[in-house]
Design a protein around this ligand. Structure first.
Ligand code: DSN
Length: 442
C-alpha cells in the first residue's frame, strides 16, 4: 500500500533541471550556446534575442490552448494570454502603424499563406488544370532575391497561383520597377507581392503601391528581413502603401521566431479568419508573449541606435569586401544584407560557405541574379550584420571581419591558415561576450 506522499510523487512532474532529466538535449543546447558565443554569425536572417525575450519564450504560456482571439476564445482560463496577445497587437501597431495586427502566425511562411488567402476570393486558388489569368500573382524571382512563399514552383504559392516572376535589371542588379509595371499591365495580377530575402537595396514601396493601383491589384509586402529597420524608420515603411504587410519577428526585429501580419481594416476579418481557423489551430502563446516583449524593446531609442549601427556596419563590411575585389550585388547595401556574387573567383557559394564555416564564420550560400548554378551549389553568399551588431561590434570589427573572410576565401582551404583564422575569430568574439549572464550551462 502506498502512502499519500508517495502517490503525490508518482506521476508528478519531474522537478529536476534539464541537464539531469535529459542530458543529451541539455548537451546539444549547451554546445549551441557555445557555438553562438565563439563564432561570427553573419547569416542575414539570424539575430540574438534579449534575455527578456528568451525568458518569455521559455515560459509557462507554452502550456495554454487559446484558439480564437482575445475575448473570443474556444477555451477557458485565457485571461492572462489575452493580456499578452493584446499587448503584442497594440505594440505592433504602435511600431508599424496600420489598422489591425495579428500576432498569431507561427512563422513568416504561414503569415504569407494567410495573407494571400485573405486577398484572394474563395475559389481563386487554382488547380494544375486551371491556371488562368485572373489567378495571377506577381512575386520577386527567388534567384533575384525573392522568397519561396512569393511564388516558387515548389511552394504552396507557386502551386496554388499562376505566378509571374519579376526581378532586377542585369545592368546594376537593382529592382526593375519599369519591367514590374509592364508585367503588371500585361498580366493583370490579383496580387503583387513585394519584399525579398536576398535583396540589399532600399525597396520603393510607394512605387509598388502605384503600380498595384494602376492595374487594380492588391499589394502584399513581406518585410521580414527589414522589419527592424522599418520599425525605426531606417528603411521606408510599406504600411501606408500595402493592403497587407507580413513579417517574421526574429530577423532584424530581434524577437522570437514567429510571424506577424499588419493590415488595413478592410482586410482585418479576412486575415484573422485565414490565420485561425484557416491555417492554424492553437496559437503559441509563449511565442506571442515574447513577441510583445520584443516589440516593446523595438520601441526604445536604444533599438533605433541599434538599427542605425546594423546598416552602417553592413555598408562598412560591403565596402571593405569590395576593396578586396568581391562583387557586391547591387553595388552596395541600404540594409543589413549583403549579397556577394563569387563568379569572379574560383569558388562556388557552397565552397565559400564551407571554407568560412571552418573558420568559425557562419554564412549561407545563396543564388545570385541570373544564376547559372543549381541552388544547392549557388554562385553567391549572403551576409547580414544584425547579429554581430547585437554583440555591439562596430566599424573596426567589420573591417577585420572582411579581412578575415578574404584570408579564408583565398586560403585554398589550407588547414593551418584556416585554424589561425578561426583562432582570431574566437578572440574577436570573446571581446564581445554573448549572454554572459547565462553562465556556462546556458
Ligand atoms: N529562411 C529565411 C532567410 O534566411 O531569409 C527566410 O524565410
Amino acid at each position: 500500500m502506498t502512502t499519500t506522499a508517495e502517490k503525490t510523487v508518482t506521476g508528478a512532474l519531474n522537478p529536476g533541471p534539464l541537464q539531469e532529466v535529459d542530458p543529451e538535449v541539455a548537451t546539444a543546447i549547451r554546445r549551441e550556446l557555445e557555438r553562438q558565443r565563439s563564432g561570427l554569425e553573419l547569416i542575414a536572417s539570424e539575430n540574438f534575442v534579449s534575455r527578456a525575450v528568451l525568458e518569455a519564450t521559455g515560459c509557462v504560456m507554452t502550456n495554454k490552448y487559446a484558439e480564437g482571439y482575445p475575448g473570443r476564445r474556444w477555451y477557458g482560463g485565457c485571461e492572462n494570454v489575452d493580456a499578452v496577445e493584446l499587448l503584442a497587437q497594440n505594440r505592433a501597431l504602435e511600431l508599424f502603424g496600420g489598422d489591425h495586427a495579428n500576432a498569431q502566425p507561427h512563422s513568416g511562411s504561414q503569415a504569407n499563406m494567410a495573407a494571400l488567402q485573405a486577398l484572394t476570393e474563395p475559389g481563386m486558388l487554382v488547380t494544375e488544370i486551371d491556371r488562368s489569368r485572373e489567378h495571377t500573382v506577381l512575386g520577386m524571382n527567388l534567384s533575384h532575391g525573392g522568397h519561396l512563399t512569393h511564388g516558387s514552383a515548389v511552394n504552396f504559392s507557386g502551386r496554388s497561383y499562376r505566378v509571374v516572376p519579376y526581378g532586377v535589371r542585369e545592368l546594376d542588379r537593382t529592382l526593375d520597377y519599369d519591367e514590374l509595371r509592364r508585367l503588371a499591365q500585361v498580366e493583370k495580377p490579383s496580387v503583387i507581392i513585394g519584399g525579398a530575402s536576398a535583396y540589399p537595396r532600399e525597396i520603393d514601396f510607394a512605387r509598388m503601391g502605384e503600380i498595384a493601383s494602376e492595374v487594380g491589384a492588391k499589394l502584399l509586402v513581406d518585410m521580414a528581413h527589414i522589419a527592424g529597420l522599418v520599425a525605426t524608420g531606417v528603411h521606408p515603411s510599406p504600411v501606408p502603401y500595402a493592403d497587407i504587410v507580413t513579417t517574421t519577428t526574429h530577423k532584424t526585429l530581434r524577437g522570437p521566431r514567429g510571424g506577424l501580419i499588419i493590415c488595413r481594416e478592410e482586410h482585418a476579418a479576412a486575415v484573422d479568419k485565414a490565420v485561425f481557423p484557416g491555417f492554424q489551430g492553437g496559437p503559441l502563446m509563449h511565442a506571442i508573449a515574447a513577441k510583445a516583449v520584443a516589440f516593446a524593446e523595438a520601441l526604445t531609442p536604444e533599438f533605433r541606435e541599434y538599427t542605425d549601427r546594423v546598416v552602417h556596419n553592413a555598408q562598412v563590411l560591403a565596402d571593405r569586401l569590395a576593396a578586396h575585389g568581391y562583387d557586391v550585388v547591387g553595388g552596395g547595401t541600404d540594409t543589413h544584407l549583403i549579397l556577394i556574387d563569387l563568379r569572379n573567383t574560383e569558388l562556388t557559394g557552397k565552397d565559400a560557405e564551407a571554407l568560412l564555416g571552418r573558420a568559425e564564420i557562419t554564412v549561407n550560400k545563396n543564388t545570385v541574379p541570373f544564376e547559372t548554378r543549381s541552388p544547392f551549389v549557388a554562385s553567391g553568399i549572403r551576409l547580414g550584420t544584425a547579429a554581430v551588431s547585437t554583440r555591439s561590434m562596430g566599424e573596426d570589427e567589420m573591417c577585420l571581419i572582411a579581412d578575415l573572410m578574404n584570408e579564408a576565401l583565398i586560403s585554398g582551404g589550407d588547414d593551418i591558415i584556416i585554424a589561425d583564422i578561426a583562432d582570431r575569430v574566437t578572440t574577436l568574439c570573446q571581446a564581445f561576450p554573448l549572454y554572459p549572464e547565462l553562465g556556462v550551462e546556458g
